[in-house]
Design a protein around this ligand. Structure first.
Ligand SMILES: [Zn+2]
Length: 1118
């Protein structure tokens, strides 16, 4: 991509212009304004050559005669297990029982998640070395992961304890005893466990600057001076550079380098295999490698036998085995013989997502996150916290992979840490947080930099007594218009700064003037068009009747703005199979009128007046129509459908009405009828794992891309609800929704009785959600970095403007940045995201989000301020786009290599010298391997046999717009034990790690990943529990695949059903429940989500992958 932001500053979309000729001008700012000299646009603004308007405009042709052609052959019934079909409750659709996973004998005793993890034979079984992991595990021959670090008893005389916040965590979390605590201000650990695959996460490798040890100001009492906007050059109230990630409570005192922090006394360390004499517990990692003797640390742990309170001798060691395939390593050869033996890796000794999430909740969930300080790492997405906007955008709007950016591109290249922001411009906020203020500057419109067009924001610096301001993005000096003039106080800040959102807040909105509107006209309110497939399949399943019935009431809940009494959105209706039926529902009619268009090759809208109507005015006619539709087509034999002409028709209707809007398409089958966009069945599983696999993800025709461009130009967003019984080519059908900012929902093998709740719930949410229409988003950056790549559901006709026919509060746009110059530590780096959109009421607005980041000259600062969840979001999106053009294996290898480079760079430049045999992870990236492994073994990158081509295409496009919280739970599902916590407790039970080892056969678990929801029932669950939940007398009588729990009047039933409701409420899509019994064949579906285990499709277990990653890192370092 050839973007160079520094040469000529590109006018923004909001550049006032006299003529707005539509989107063919690449952007809103396509024309220079009359008051500003036209900047040289160069290549940015020309229309894309291939982008031509082709749609017919004709409105004059008479509708052709109606009458559906005779039916063709019925389609084959549903046969394939599918994603959406996890929600089927239909066992027949499940995977064949022949592939049922055999439970390994060794794993039989399900380790209780809370039991101290000691020497369960199950451990070895579950990550045994078969197949792909052979080489990896072979490596274990010479390594070990040292046991978890327990908080060691404090050496006497040192006199400092653990921070209170972590102590409280220990009290509430079962596993917390296994984790040491870490503190800022600690010395880098010295690791001498040669040949050990020890893992450590030095939270604070002693940085060169002593200032880094200062507890961040943000954590302390907040000074009033910190709350205001920060101006460039004025410095920020926060910490100089570094601050601990995800730790909000500083320890009582900073520790001098070289000192040791230890855990609370009295907590027994966990079982530890082959603890080397002389090795100590590491003080700062939260899990545990063995450590070498430390000068200041008294007595090393004795032997392994004293670890933990578990009775019994340590595990006998397997015989020494040195694998010839093990990577060459001098360290390995230097090992004393007894260390070369093959060791078990204690799963509790490797970084646990559960623990990290729990720690962050405990440490950061109590205080509001105040955004006044530059470069602050926000709490994790899994932590509930409130946000106070004091000059930077809330993390609900923007999350970054790192909040401290390397000053130079050389540093950035060395670290390989992607610099990206995941932006959710219209994110919904919790009720406690205020929506962005709307600022109205009247006819003059928002104040902007003349050169780079950045909007007024808290970082602009006023000078010359307030008569001018210097742009914080491009340094241009601008005059302050007389009506905006204000005096400065003695600090150089405008005295009205706190009265103006655009001078004091990170996020706010401007009312846009007519200059920001298409054709220089204020927009009309948007319209919704419901387009319903009425072919045989849609009628047969009861879908059409269900949908029409629901719409009658749902239309009362169209999105409305503020306190408006009724929605401004107009509605229209189309039904279709091989032909299209338009309906006139004008309020003056007694009955709706149908007009049929069978010339699908040249789509036009047969009526203008009466097609888009106000719901209240036309209620009687609409109700009559919705009553009649299921009857009209009840006897249809038509099985063929068209698809592209349907979208074309909806788009033409919006164009004729001169408004933006959304099409809701309800579609059942591969569009094989003769028409533009006709598709053929090209599903071919033989392509999997070949170089041609990418074809499965690509659309089979370019027709839909062209159609999507037309839709974007019209502000026509397409939401697609699919009800396939077989392959429908989601990769092709989702092109238009994807490029128009729409959503795709898929309900495979839809049956009303099993799936209506899920479908209706999704539909209600989708119809009611607030949408910004006809939107353009632009991300500006201060000199030194620039946005170079974008991921999400949108269209781009140039390299800077993200065009979104529609954008809702669930959708994110991920933006990647690259250096184009040197950054400096003092001024930091600034981002400004501006979204121009039309509100549901037809108001044109600009939403602005600003974020200031720190810049660093030390790599350690980068690694201390990263956010792994955001990194994974970015990496998954990047990889999921990569499969369109590269073999999946190459994409996987690229991910692994990048991850290894990131960690190797840390190891080389930031970690203290130690044995190459030890895996050292940065504290805030310690979950990178486990999460990355989840991405690698996801259905898109490593599909199991039961995953269809459509499932993969579906998931691929879903992930593209996910926010960080969604990708987090999607890739690493939550597994909640239900009977461990007290029955009266209404709190969500603490999650356990997603591994079969954590399942106790005497318990019941909920597992959710944002799309799927399972209730797993262990075979030895108490009969009383079974009775209370399922109203049957024994485990064997529970219906496998059950989709609904009976409503029973007892505490356990209420609690579990309440928890299910609460989980559903947290997600943007309805998760259908599936009850899975232990040892039942449906259990294989469930196990697919136990992502720490080896997967049936060949995905590595967490432990194996960690070893593999370690090998990769060592290769890079050698
Ligand atoms: Zn500027």
């Amino acid at each position: 991509m050839n973007v160079n932001q520094s040469v000529p500053p590109v006018p923004p979309f909001g550049q006032p212009q006299s003529i707005y000729p539509g989107y063919h001008q690449s952007s809103y700012g396509g024309q220079p304004g009359s008051t500003v000299p036209p900047p040289p646009y160069g290549a940015y603004n020309g229309p894309v050559p291939s982008y031509q308007q082709t749609s017919p405009q004709g409105m004059s042709r008479a509708p052709p005669s109606s009458g559906a052609p005779p039916a063709s052959t019925a389609q084959a019934p549903c046969g394939q297990a599918a994603y959406g079909q996890f929600g089927q409750g239909d066992v027949q659709n499940g995977p064949s029982s022949t592939v049922q996973m055999q439970r390994l004998p060794g794993s039989q005793p399900f380790g209780s998640p809370v039991a101290p993890v000691v020497s369960q034979p199950a451990v070895l079984q579950s990550y045994g070395p078969p197949l792909a992991s052979a080489q990896v595990t072979a490596q274990l021959a010479g390594m070990q992961i040292s046991g978890a670090v327990a908080p060691a008893p404090p050496p006497s005389g040192l006199g400092y304890g653990p921070p209170t916040s972590l102590a409280s965590a220990s009290g509430s979390f079962p596993n917390s005893g296994l984790y040491g605590t870490y503190h800022q201000g600690q010395a880098p650990p010295l690791i001498q466990a040669q040949g050990h695959l020890g893992i450590q996460t030095p939270q604070r490798p002693a940085p060169p600057q002593a200032s880094s040890f200062t507890p961040p100001a943000s954590e302390g009492p907040r000074m009033p001076s910190m709350t205001g906007p920060l101006l460039p050059g004025q410095g920020f109230g926060g910490p100089p550079v570094s601050q601990p990630n995800h730790v909000s409570s500083p320890p009582p005192q900073a520790l001098p380098p070289g000192t040791q922090m230890t855990g609370p006394p009295g907590q027994p360390p966990p079982m530890h295999f082959l603890q080397q004499p002389g090795h100590q517990l590491q003080q700062n990692g939260s899990f545990g490698p063995a450590r070498g003797p430390q000068p200041n640390y008294g007595s090393p742990y004795p032997g392994a036998s004293t670890f933990g309170s578990q009775p019994g001798p340590p595990q006998p060691l397997p015989p020494k085995r040195l694998d010839p395939d093990a990577i060459p390593s001098p360290q390995l050869n230097e090992l004393p013989p007894q260390q070369k033996t093959r060791h078990r890796i204690d799963p509790d000794a490797i970084p646990s997502p559960i623990q990290v999430i729990e720690d962050d909740r405990n440490n950061r969930g109590t205080e509001p996150f105040v955004t006044g300080v530059r470069g602050q790492v926000p709490p994790l997405v899994t932590t509930n916290f409130l946000v106070k906007d004091q000059g930077n955008a809330s993390p609900r709007y923007i999350r970054c992979t790192s909040y401290n950016i390397p000053c130079t591109s050389d540093m950035a290249k060395q670290a390989q840490v992607p610099l990206a922001a995941v932006i959710k411009p219209l994110a919904r906020l919790p009720p406690e947080e205020a929506s962005p203020y709307v600022v109205d500057h009247g006819e003059s419109g928002p104040l902007r930099c003349n050169r780079c067009k950045a909007y007024m924001c808290p970082f602009m610096q006023f000078i010359e007594g307030g008569r001018r301001f210097q742009c914080c993005f491009c340094s241009c000096i601008n005059d302050v218009p007389p009506q905006y003039f204000q005096h400065l106080d003695h600090t150089g800040k405008r005295v009205d700064a706190y009265d103006r959102p655009e001078l004091s807040l990170g996020s706010y909105e401007f009312l846009a003037t007519v200059d920001y509107c298409k054709n220089n006209k204020f927009p009309s309110p948007p319209a919704f068009i419901f387009m319903i497939d009425v072919s045989y399949n849609a009628i047969r399943t009861g879908l059409v009747r269900l949908l029409c019935e629901e719409l009658k009431s749902l239309l009362d809940f169209l999105p409305r703005e503020g306190g408006a009494e009724e929605s401004a959105i107009r509605v229209g209706f189309v039904t279709y199979n091989k032909v299209l039926h338009f309906y006139n529902v004008k309020s003056s009619l007694a009955q709706p009128q149908m007009m049929v268009v069978s010339d699908v090759a040249d789509m036009f809208v047969p009526l203008l007046d009466g097609f888009l109507v106000n719901v209240n005015e036309s209620r009687a006619v609409i109700t009559s129509l919705l009553d009649q539709i299921p009857e009209m087509f009840a006897d249809t034999r038509e099985t063929e459908t068209v698809f592209a002409p349907v979208i074309q028709a909806g788009m033409e209707a919006l164009k004729a009405a001169e408004c933006a809007g959304k099409l809701f398409l309800f579609h059942t089958s591969l569009p094989i009828a003769e028409a533009p966009g006709k598709l053929k069945n090209r599903d071919d599983r033989k392509l999997i794992n070949t170089d041609k696999e990418k074809i499965l993800f690509q659309p089979q025709t370019g027709a839909y891309q062209n159609l999507a461009k037309e839709c974007v130009a019209q502000g026509c967003c397409v939401d697609l609800f699919l009800f396939p019984n077989q392959y429908v080519d989601v990769a092709t059908l989702s092109v238009v929704p994807q490029l128009t900012g729409g959503s795709v929902y898929k309900y495979s093998c839809f049956q009303v009785e099993h799936d209506q709740e899920r479908f209706l719930s999704d539909l209600r949410r989708d119809v009611q959600k607030v949408v910004g229409f006809d939107a353009v988003m632009r991300v500006r950056t201060s000199t030194g970095i620039r946005a170079v790549d974008f991921f999400g559901a949108f269209y781009m006709s140039n390299t800077t403007d993200v065009e979104l026919a529609g954008l809702d509060g669930d959708k994110t746009v991920t933006v990647e940045f690259k250096h184009d110059d040197r950054l400096n530590e003092e001024s930091g780096a600034l981002l400004q995201c501006a979204l121009l959109y039309t509100s549901c009421a037809g108001q044109r607005r600009l939403r602005i989000h600003n974020l200031a980041l720190n810049c660093c000259t030390q790599l350690a600062d980068l690694y201390r301020n990263c956010e792994t969840d955001t990194l994974i979001n970015y990496m998954a999106k990047s990889a999921y786009r990569g499969v369109l053009n590269s073999p999946v294996k190459a994409v996987r290898d690229t991910l692994i290599t990048q991850c290894a480079q990131i960690l190797a760079c840390y190891r080389k430049n930031c970690a203290s010298p130690s044995s190459a045999g030890q895996l050292i992870l940065p504290e805030c990236m310690k979950l990178l391997p486990v999460y990355l492994n989840c991405v690698l073994k996801s259905d898109v990158l490593q599909p199991g046999a039961e995953v269809t081509t459509d499932d993969r295409a579906y998931v691929r496009q879903l992930v593209t717009s996910m926010d960080v919280a969604e990708t987090n739970v999607f890739f690493y599902p939550r597994l909640l034990p239900l009977t461990k916590s007290p029955i009266e407790s209404t709190a969500e039970p603490p999650a356990v790690r997603a591994s079969e080892e954590r399942l106790s056969n005497g318990d019941i678990y909920l597992l959710e990943n944002g799309l799927n929801l399972f209730l797993w029932v262990g075979a030895s669950v108490q009969q009383g529990v079974v009775q209370s939940l399922f109203s049957v007398s024994s485990f064997s009588l529970i219906t496998s695949g059950l989709g609904v729990l009976p409503v029973l009047d007892n505490p356990l039933s209420k609690k579990v059903r309440g928890l299910i409701d609460s989980l559903r409420a947290q997600r943007s899509r309805y998760m259908k429940l599936i009850v899975v019994k232990q040892e039942d064949k449906l259990e294989m579906l469930f196990k697919h989500f136990l992502v720490e285990d080896k997967s049936l499709s060949g995905g590595a277990s967490y432990v194996d992958f960690l070893c593999h990653m370690h090998k990769e890192i060592r290769q890079l370092l050698s």
